[in-house]
Design a protein around this ligand. Structure first.
Ligand code: GLY
Ligand code: MN
Ligand code: MN
Length: 461
């Protein structure tokens, strides 16, 4: 948690930017896993954490702009709660630590909102993503559940995106910490990887470090020999020499900031020749794209540069052919690189995705591409100092996609399908780092994580 002033300043800016009405930010609730009392790990809503700082279920934050009031609605612990879960600081004490003087019982939120409705005052809320909060918002505003997403406040969304996109120094320090925990996870996995081990053993090592050093993982662990499946959460395979392990995992640190790092390593102690060629090409795309980063550059242009580097390298390997620029313009490279180069990261691994990807990642000047592959790019807009983003190019051999494109005769001028047939079982390589945009350049967050072929093989030795 940051100082009281940090939260007060954030709320003041929010109030000024939204201008009028009531801002309502709902916290998250406990969610039952298989019955109500056996819950999933509790994670507070990130907007609530950013403006109200308290990680506790069952509370809501309200800023009444005209009345100049800030309130947290929530109930104090009952004796029964204390018997089962222990004594905790009171809600009013916790609220005071984030500069809030008013705490009211949760049921009074309904009365507050009824009065607001009678007075026809605008209520600003963010798009709800949990069903319990959809039901609550329906009760509080009278808006049908199916219409809530569309009725979320664009003014509030834009004001939040404007603030949360620019990380303060104290936030960057938290993010460095998240990356350093993530580094420990990756180094441990690289050292432990070996033929005969199950993917789940390695995933367990990563999970254990994340839990031990932080709040656990910032998203479900991807650790697989089938790296060509982009978000593969299966960990059931036993690893064999000749395979690659793609590990995309990160820690959430104790102040709720996310790390999101990918490394790809051989199950054997060294890369095979083919693996090394593809790995070096992905590394070239990653390092050259990172080297370009500075304020004013549109990230969509960096994505296109990664695509060109990948297409050019694949041409040298005989997998692609024809004019590289034309191939990329038409989207032929997306057979191998079917996702975006990166996204904002912060309190969320895909930062602020609940607010809408286009509000976060695009602007009046930069619009989302409609091309397969590039359309998945979550961040396209011009970079600004204080942005933290991921750079994560990859090359994948997805047999089903290869077969479909070949059957459709797609991009036969740019793809050598005969050569491609020899690569069906390759898997995938992705390399990902988290990068801060500085006043005139960029900085990779955290201590360096082994990345060159030599560094990776040294750890596998
Ligand atoms: N870990 C998911 C991603 O890299 O976007
Ligand atoms: Mn990732
Ligand atoms: Mn990522």
């Amino acid at each position: 948690m940051f100082s009281k002033e940090t939260y007060k300043n954030r709320r003041t800016r929010l109030r000024q930017q939204v201008g009028s009405g009531i801002i309502l930010i709902l916290g998250n609730n406990e969610v039952g896993m298989n019955y109500k009392g056996n819950g999933y790990h509790f994670r507070q809503d990130s907007n609530f954490l950013y403006f109200f700082g308290i990680s506790q279920p069952g509370i809501a934050g309200l800023i009444d702009i005209e009345e100049g009031r800030e309130i947290i609605f929530g109930d104090e612990l009952t004796m029964e709660d204390i018997v089962w879960m222990g004594k905790k600081p009171t809600l009013s004490d916790r609220a005071a630590k984030v500069g809030i003087e008013n705490t009211f019982p949760f049921k009074e939120l309904l009365d507050y909102m009824k009065k607001a409705a009678i007075a026809k005052r605008p209520v600003h809320f963010t798009p709800p993503y949990r069903h319990d909060n959809m039901i609550l918002l329906n009760q509080l505003t009278g808006i049908k559940i199916g219409k809530l997403q569309g009725k979320a406040s664009t003014d509030l969304i834009k004001a939040i995106v404007a603030q949360r996109s620019i990380k303060s120094e104290e936030e960057v320090a938290e993010m460095e910490n998240a990356v350093n925990i993530t580094r420990a996870m990756h180094v441990a996995v690289m050292k432990a990887a070996a033929p005969g081990k199950r993917e789940s053993e390695l995933a367990g090592i990563a999970q254990g470090i994340a839990t031990g050093m932080g709040n656990g993982t910032s998203y479900p662990i991807i650790l697989t020999k089938n790296g060509q499946v982009l978000h593969n959460h299966d960990h059931s395979n036993i690893l064999k020499t000749g395979q690659l392990i793609l590990g995309d995992f990160g820690a959430e640190n104790r102040n709720f900031y996310a790390g999101d790092i990918t490394r790809t390593v051989p199950v054997a102690k060294t890369f095979s020749e083919r693996q090394r060629d593809i790995y070096k090409l992905v590394l070239k795309a990653e390092t050259e794209c990172i080297a370009m980063l500075k304020p004013g550059l549109a990230y969509q242009a960096v994505h296109m540069e990664a695509s060109r580097i990948i297409a050019e390298g694949l041409k040298e390997m005989g997998l692609m052919k024809g004019d590289t620029d034309e191939a990329v313009e038409q989207g032929a490279h997306a057979l191998f690189f079917p996702h975006g180069l990166g996204h904002m990261i912060g309190l969320d691994v895909h930062d602020m995705e609940d607010l809408g990807e286009d509000f976060v990642g695009y602007s009046d000047e930069v619009k989302r591409s409609k091309l397969f592959g590039t359309a998945y790019l979550r961040l396209g807009r011009h970079l600004e100092p204080g942005f933290v983003l991921t750079v994560e190019p990859g090359i994948y051999f997805i047999p089903q996609l290869m077969d479909q494109w070949q059957a459709e005769g797609k991009f036969t001028d740019f793809i050598d399908y005969d050569e491609l047939d020899n690569w069906r079982s390759f898997g995938g390589v992705r390399i990902e780092d988290n990068v801060l945009i500085t006043e005139d350049s960029h900085r990779i967050l955290g201590k360096p994580i082994p990345k060159t072929v030599e560094e990776v093989e040294a750890l596998r030795g």
